[in-house]
Design a protein around this ligand. Structure first.
Ligand code: SAM
Length: 258
């Protein structure tokens, strides 16, 4: 899979992503990263890529023309298909999640457009962008970090990027559950002992404990996810009992307060 990033800071993208699992996947040719400097497409003698906003107001706006030229160049030089998906990183977009990572991982090419300053001239967005995506409800200074977050998450869903041991199939959000707690050596650390079941060597019991911990953790932190989780009969019973115990505690605390 080929990632193309239109940015004013290509070195930030390359330095940030060519490490660890993604760096290995790039070296193996499973994914590629092409960070392109939008400034190289400015025809202004000072290489300006932004201008004042029509109608006044704070800040500067990225101009349409250098972005459009940069896009055309990427498509002409690199693309196997004529109309690739182009993702504009913006706080005004659909909020990125694991399902979207899996969906984008099906593409052969993805182009990311990183905004800066107050944003980008709407006309070029209307012309080239297919998806507007946010990484969360907060405002960043630029789309670079957001595109890096997305490329990392998408790459993990590309076959061959993760080894068997690193497999994403048991990770958080799989089956709408958060992952169970993990432990490694030593067995006792700061007087805290690894849960006994994990030392038992009993695979079925370990699996049952891990599923229960996932349910518990998801319920505590992201209860809305559990609505879409596929639970076995036994797990549903565990969850029902968990809710009942919680209700009992609430009632007990309320009666103690009165
Ligand atoms: N004026 C814009 C607004 O209020 O919607 C915010 C512009 S922001 C300072 C500059 C750039 O950072 C945006 O064009 C976008 O590319 C990127 N950005 C900021 N927050 C983001 C977020 N939550 N998700 C994705 N990209 C973001």
């Amino acid at each position: 899979m080929d990632f193309h990033v239109m940015t004013l800071f290509p070195e930030m993208i390359t330095a940030g992503l060519h490490t660890s699992i993604l760096g290995r996947a790039m070296d193996a040719g499973i994914i590629s990263l092409n960070a392109v400097n939008i400034r190289d497409y400015s025809e202004d003698k000072h290489r300006h890529v932004d201008d004042y906003p029509y109608g006044g107001g704070a800040g500067m706006v990225m101009s349409a023309e250098p972005i459009s030229k940069c896009y055309e160049d990427i498509v002409l030089k690199r693309m196997k298909r004529s109309r690739p998906r182009v993702i504009y990183l913006t706080p005004q977009g659909r909020v990125f999640n694991q399902e979207m990572a899996k969906e984008f991982a099906q593409e052969e090419d993805l182009i990311f457009l990183c905004g800066h300053y107050e944003g980008v001239d709407e006309r070029v967005l209307d012309e080239i962008v297919t998806d507007r995506v946010s990484i969360g409800d907060y405002v960043l200074s630029g789309g670079e970090l957001a595109s890096m977050v997305m490329i990392d998450a998408i790459s993990r869903m590309v076959p061959g990027v993760l080894t068997n041991e690193e497999s994403g199939s048991t990770e958080s959000f799989e089956g709408n559950l958060l992952e169970y707690p993990q432990y490694t050596r030593p067995e006792v650390w700061h007087d805290r002992k690894v849960p006994e079941v994990l030392l038992s060597g009993h695979h079925a019991k370990i699996e049952e404990w891990r599923r229960q911990q996932s349910i518990l953790r998801t319920h505590q932190v992201r209860p809305e996810l559990l609505e879409g989780a596929e639970l076995s009969k036994k797990e549903k019973k565990f969850y029902r009992e968990l809710l009942e115990k919680e209700q009992e505690m609430i009632e007990k605390n309320a009666s103690e307060e009165n």
